[in-house]
Ligand binder design. Structure first.
Ligand SMILES: [Zn+2]
Length: 79
């Protein structure tokens, strides 16, 4: 497991209006911030990724969100 603090590499901006939790967007520049542990993970993670609290887990291009109402959708731009 690789745990990189993406905030060191990217600036994150909230997606407005906030997307419906039942229909979260995905994309290479779309990231989810876990509201329970504040970890940011890409919505289509190519490397194995997970947040410490277990809400977000993924890898191989797929992310599983256990509690979609506990994520904030953000866009990442390289610093
Ligand atoms: Zn979490």
């Amino acid at each position: 497991m690789l745990n990189i603090d993406l905030r060191k590499i990217y600036n994150f901006y909230p997606v407005e209006p906030a997307p419906d939790a039942a229909n979260l967007p995905t994309g290479g520049d779309i990231y989810y911030e876990c509201l329970d542990c504040t970890t940011v993970i890409n919505s289509v993670p190519h490397i194995k990724s997970a947040c410490p609290c277990g809400n977000l887990t993924g890898g191989g291009g797929n992310l599983t969100v256990k509690h979609p109402d506990r994520v904030k959708v953000v866009k990442g731009k390289l610093k």
